[in-house]
Design a binder for this molecule. Structure first.
Ligand code: XLS
Ligand code: CA
Ligand code: CA
Length: 439
């Protein structure tokens, strides 16, 4: 192993303020600065992900990988490369001062010809990762199992037409839950990348949903049996890789969890880019979660605005980060979750140092969003305008309707006695102006 994979980066990226000309510094993220009663570090709980940072080389359907990844040596054996990738990941996390990481089972250990061998490889790499965590103080935000790369999962994992494939998925989930427990993970994610269909002509939709719920119930039972006391998250995404994914958006996941009696065990992991693919704003998905006590964790990225696929770009849009942080603060902040950069550098960002530029930009964008959101709440003007708009609901009539104390006939009486020709003013432009004052 080389002594460093990032020789041009200092031991720690530091906060130097907005006037600094040093690209390897934070301009806005000041980890220990306190905002709204907590340090920025504790509000934001940043995480970086193993798959985009260390594993994928930016191959696309038209070309091979372009990134330089010195931790991935084609002449070395798979386990050596796996160790090197973890060395590189923990060097990266330490230097950029990110306190959490996330991984899929197959990101940290290779898939080997026999499942038993893959299990053993994973156990070995979990032990190695545990040592790395102890050495650096980095913690596991969440673990997950990769149930979408291997050809056996082409028709789904929990929703596969084959019970043997279902069993393979269950085996991987079991071992990934063990890994999450061993590493003290704060949560566990189910992203149903292939839990959907390409065509309904070959699909039994209701059976698929029953099977998916079965897998999740089995995971809940197993989690209890090993004493893993952390939330499970479903990560909604409407499409890609399949044409239609069952975990379409937050409300579809909510309906699924309610139907199958899973709401006590699951929250959602909301990814910005997936919200866009579902035709929603990131803010909408987060607000839906806040309204339904489903806000678990966040995958912080963005999509290309004119592109209909999952580009997983680093977040730079301050509107998005401010509105996301507004919802998060109003929801009381993270308990187990965090802001995981599920984002990759662009294909022409080929050098290891580009990983630093990318994460610095994302962290500063969320730091600015946090500052803006805290000020908006403190300022109170937006809340006042919203309260004024809904003031009618605090009158006798509004309270009675909310409390279920009136019938349709009662309301017919009331309506006949009140001359209503318009409705409360919306003030959208003023609200947008106030928001802009803080950006
Ligand atoms: C893919 C998903 C995936 C999950 C983890 O689009 O974002 O990376 O976050 O399996
Ligand atoms: Ca994600
Ligand atoms: Ca994505």
């Amino acid at each position: 192993m080389p002594t460093t994979y990032f020789p041009d980066v200092p031991a720690k990226i530091k906060y130097e303020g907005p006037d600094s000309a040093n690209p390897l510094s934070f301009k806005h993220y000041d980890a220990d600065a306190r905002i709204a009663g907590k340090s920025m570090r504790d509000h934001l709980r940043f995480a970086a992900c193993m798959w985009h940072c260390m594993k994928q080389g930016n191959a696309d359907p038209f070309g091979v990988a372009t990134r330089q990844m010195p931790w991935d040596d084609p002449s070395a054996d798979a386990m050596t490369n796996a160790r090197n990738a973890l060395d590189a990941m923990f060097e990266f996390l330490t230097k950029i001062d990110i306190g959490f990481w996330c991984f899929h089972d197959r990101d940290i250990a290779p898939e080997l010809p026999a499942l038993r061998e893959s299990h053993a490889a994973l156990e070995e790499m979990v032990a190695y990762a545990k040592q790395k965590q102890q050495d650096t103080g980095v913690e596991l935000l969440w673990g997950t199992a990769c149930l979408f790369i291997h050809p056996r999962y082409m028709g789904g994992a929990g929703t596969s037409p084959s019970p043997e494939v279902f069993a393979h998925a269950a085996a991987q989930v079991r071992r990934a839950l063990d890994a999450t427990k061993e590493l003290g993970g704060h949560g566990y994610v189910f992203w149903g990348g292939r839990e959907g269909y390409d065509t309904l002509l070959n699909t039994e939709l209701s059976r698929d949903l029953d099977h998916l719920a079965k897998l999740l119930h089995l995971a809940v039972d197993y989690k209890k049996s090993i004493g893993l006391d952390v939330p499970f998250y479903i990560e909604p995404k409407p499409k890609e890789p399949t044409t239609h994914q069952y975990d379409h958006d937050a409300s579809a996941c909510h309906a699924f969890l309610m139907k199958y009696g899973l709401t006590d065990h699951f929250k959602l992991n909301i990814e910005a880019n997936h919200a866009a693919l579902a035709g929603h704003s990131f803010h909408h998905e987060l607000e839906y979660c806040r309204a339904n006590d489903l806000l678990g964790s966040i995958d912080a990225n963005r999509g290309g605005e004119n592109i209909g696929w999952d580009t997983d770009q680093f977040p730079t849009n301050l509107y998005d980060t401010a509105l996301a942080m507004l919802t998060l603060l109003r929801a009381g902040g993270f308990t187990h979750g965090g802001l995981n950069f599920d984002a990759k550098v662009r294909r022409q960002s080929t050098e290891p140092i580009d990983l630093f530029h990318a994460h610095i930009g994302g962290m500063d964008a969320f730091a600015r969003g946090l500052k803006a959101a805290a000020k908006i709440i403190e300022d109170g003007r937006i809340d006042e305008l919203v309260n004024a708009r809904y003031a009618g609901w605090d009158t006798d009539l509004g309270r009675k309707i909310e409390a279920g104390q009136v019938t349709l006939a009662d309301l017919d009486e009331v309506a006949q006695q009140t001359d209503v020709q318009t409705a409360p003013v919306g003030r959208q432009e003023l609200l947008e102006n106030i928001l802009n004052e803080y950006l």
